[in-house]
Design a protein around this ligand. Structure first.
Ligand SMILES: NC(=O)c1ccc[n+]([C@@H]2O[C@H](COP(=O)([O-])OP(=O)(O)OC[C@H]3O[C@@H](n4cnc5c(N)ncnc54)[C@H](OP(=O)(O)O)[C@@H]3O)[C@@H](O)[C@H]2O)c1
Length: 268
């Protein structure tokens, strides 16, 4: 199975790197395409994969095409190579806000279409990728997409109407998490810890807590209660967070990013 990554920027590279690191991906040959010869040569050297500068060639050689360009670049690119897409192709787009109907139309209405929203921790096999099926996508296409992105972390399937919300939550979410880690690290520095010790403590605390939620399958509020001793230290920390409106601020962040994802879409 040949997987052609069309657009080799941050996400394209994260996915290619993640696939290379995973054991499961041995049956998948990864190819790439990017605009400049210099970048193509650099990618080939770094990742030891074939990288084209001719997008049509990449599509002709691939079974699955993974579209990893910026949202505004998707339409001109797909229209310019639409005649290369055949019925046998599966087109998976990771472009925020671009709908499956737009992808289908721009690519000539022949390929099976899946819209996906991965995130950057795919680079280390800890990603979250959410899919929705589009025109002509069958169960087996979704299974293939899950197999590919399953090598890079967790996967889930939702209805397309929820994809802007997914973008605001798990697509953009790593940035929110980094901000929280940075702020906790600053707090450690304020308390006299070295920067490196404080960052380790902050990051591992978030990683460990996330694993507790995932592995124990308990509501986060119940886990919070486990840490919170009556009249102890944690409840004072929680009160400060409530005063600073942490919860509503995080909810507003997801809503704002989802709104932006919706607004990025040009009307049909
Ligand atoms: N960043 C995230 O965390 C994240 C998370 C989930 C989804 N996404 C989605 O992932 C997509 C890519 O984001 P990114 O951050 O990886 O963007 P990026 O770093 O700007 O990468 C885009 C790449 O596409 C290439 N490209 C543009 N037009 C092309 C063309 N006509 N032919 C071939 N290659 C072309 C660019 O090449 P040049 O270098 O030559 O311009 C660049 O390497 C976006 O649609 C975004 O919505 C991003």
């Amino acid at each position: 199975m040949k997987l052609g990554i069309l657009g080799f920027g941050k996400m394209g590279e994260a996915i290619a790197q993640g696939l290379k690191l995973s054991q499961v991906s041995q049956g998948i040959e990864v190819l790439g395409a990017t605009r400049s010869h210099h970048n193509a040569a650099e990618i080939s050297r770094r990742l030891n994969i074939k990288c084209h500068t001719d997008n049509g060639k990449l599509i002709a050689e691939s079974d699955i095409v993974l579209l990893c360009v910026k949202p505004h670049q998707a339409e001109p690119l797909l229209r310019s190579v639409a005649q290369k897409f055949q019925k046998r192709h599966l087109l998976i787009s990771i472009c925020a806000s671009i709908t499956t109907d737009q992808l289908s139309k721009w690519s000539g209405n022949r390929a099976s279409i899946i819209r996906a929203m991965p995130n950057t921790p795919c680079l280390i096999g800890q990603g979250m990728t959410v899919f929705c099926p589009g025109p002509r996508a069958k169960e087996k296409d979704l299974s293939v997409a899950q197999e590919i992105f399953g090598t890079l972390g967790e996967t889930a399937i939702v209805e397309e109407s929820l994809m802007d919300g997914v973008t605001g939550l798990s697509g953009c979410g790593p940035a929110y998490a980094y901000l929280i880690i940075e702020a906790l690290s600053d707090a450690g520095v304020k308390m006299g810890l070295s920067r490196s010790a404080a960052t380790l403590m902050a990051a591992q605390t978030l990683a460990g807590s996330a694993q507790m939620v995932l592995k124990r399958g308990v509501h986060p509020a119940a886990l919070k209660d486990e840490v919170t001793t009556p009249a102890g230290c944690t409840i004072d920390g929680l009160m400060a967070l409530e005063e600073g409106k942490l919860r509503v601020t995080l909810i507003k962040a997801v809503v704002a990013a989802a709104k932006r994802s919706k607004n990025l879409r040009s009307p049909e």
